[in-house]
Design a protein around this ligand. Structure first.
Ligand SMILES: C[S@@+](CC[C@H](N)C(=O)[O-])C[C@H]1O[C@@H](n2cnc3c(N)ncnc32)[C@H](O)[C@@H]1O
Length: 395
């Protein structure tokens, strides 16, 4: 494979890889260590804005045949001088990030100064963003304009015995995500706060390579405050949401109306409905993407009988939902459900029992070449209720 682009994964690398695999296909990807993915798809053909699991997109510049830091460092200098020729006039904004190479911040800083010297000797004035960690954060890249018209962020990424050198073209839109998350008129801590980035991943796992067109409709049968639909709409899909609670449907309506004032999104279709019995207008549904009912939020690990009861309740609702919708959708229809999983203090994960008999229920669970099932479980370190990404197709 000829590597053309490189993506740096976010906090849950396995989920980021599964998302890329869903959109671009396993054969176009190769993991470069735990935190990066190489692809033969050019960066210009990667729709970075819709990726929730990747934090940087870069063009591969060259591959060094080993991972000797001295060799890598002189290649970084050479490439920086080459790239600087195409920058706009003015001071060069420079940054260096390494992934998977054993280089401390001191030698990295020294390398940064060497690159700066090389650029200076070619007549450029340079401002170096100092590394506090081997890799600069997205916030640092943004703040220091390293993807701007005078910016260069060089990445050195270990890939087996080789080192890939790449140049960042895009970095995650931190202010955009924050605005979509925090400025929406209706939020509800009780139904949980689905981060927009995770909602993007849910949609991407559901749609696969399906083109983002208004007639390709994403249905969320547990729409809550509408984060999944918001992200599907921003990608260009049609939006169809239902929820048991009329108040939640009102919240989604208000949030999507707010979104429509700020971005070009289609008109959503919204209904009140119990997902275990609702008859959807499924002639219009292409994929299903949702965060299901997650059970009650937990601040302490419950007693075994309480946990059994919580898991049982969620299991019944989600199983009945899958049973109800299976009769209404065409074979091959793909679903991504973020379902609850419970993380015990000893790290053990309790899964929904229905995961063990999906086939009997008429569904096939999709597996990913670049992510294991365990890696499809999303959680923050302090969370007892995790979200497990269940990607299935109807038989
Ligand atoms: C975890 S929340 C989803 C939150 C949503 N992702 C958002 O953006 O706010 C689960 C939602 O499922 C709804 N719900 C629970 N049981 C349901 C059922 N049987 N049918 C439909 N919706 C249900 C709740 O009202 C709640 O809004």
């Amino acid at each position: 494979m000829i590597y053309k682009s490189l993506l740096v994964m976010g906090r849950m690398p396995g989920l980021g890889r599964a998302e890329l695999e869903s959109l671009y296909g396993a054969v176009h990807l190769a993991a470069a260590g735990e935190h990066a993915v190489l692809s033969d798809v050019p960066s210009s053909q990667i729709d970075f804005a819709r990726l929730g699991g990747s934090v940087k997109l870069a063009d591969v510049v060259t591959v060094v045949k080993n991972h000797d830091w001295r060799t890598v460092q002189s290649e970084l200098s050479r490439q920086a001088v080459k790239l600087a020729q195409d920058l706009a006039e003015g001071k060069v904004q420079l940054g260096v990030s390494v992934y998977g190479l054993s280089v401390g911040t001191r030698p990295l800083l020294a390398a940064g100064l060497e690159i700066k010297k090389a650029l200076r000797s070619h007549g450029y004035s340079v401002r170096l963003t100092p590394n506090q960690e081997p890799a600069l954060s997205s916030a640092q890249v943004l703040h220091n304009h390293l993807t701007g018209e005078r910016g260069i962020e060089l990445l050195a990424v270990r890939h087996g015995q080789q080192t890939v050198i790449a140049r960042t073209t895009h970095v995650q839109d931190i202010p955009g995500y924050a605005a979509r998350d925090q400025n929406r008129p209706k939020r509800d801590a009780r139904v949980g706060m689905l981060p927009p980035k995770l909602a993007q991943t849910i949609v991407n796992l559901a749609t696969g390579p399906l083109p983002a067109a208004h007639e390709n409709i994403v249905l969320d049968p547990f729409c809550g405050t509408g984060v999944v639909l918001q992200e599907a709409g921003l990608m260009g899909y049609g939006m169809y949401g239902t929820d048991l609670e009329p108040r939640m449907v009102d919240y989604t309506r208000a949030n999507l109306a707010w979104l429509a004032e700020r971005a070009r999104v289609p008109q959503p279709l919204l209904e009140i409905g119990d997902a275990t019995t609702h008859p959807w207008q499924t002639g219009r549904v292409t994929v299903i993407a949702c965060e299901t009912y997650l059970g009650r939020p937990l601040s302490n690990w419950p007693r075994p009988e309480t946990l059994r009861e919580i898991i049982g309740t969620c299991n019944v609702i989600i199983e009945k939902f899958l049973d109800n919708i299976s009769a209404q959708i065409a074979p091959g229809t793909r679903l991504c459900l973020a379902v609850p999983a419970w993380r015990a203090p000893d790290g053990r994960i309790h899964h929904l029992p229905l995961l063990d008999h999906l086939e009997k229920m008429g569904y096939n669970r999709m597996s990913f070449e670049h992510a294991s099932e365990e890696q499809l479980v999303y959680f923050r370190p302090d969370q007892l209720v995790a979200r497990e990404m269940l990607v299935i197709t109807r038989n």
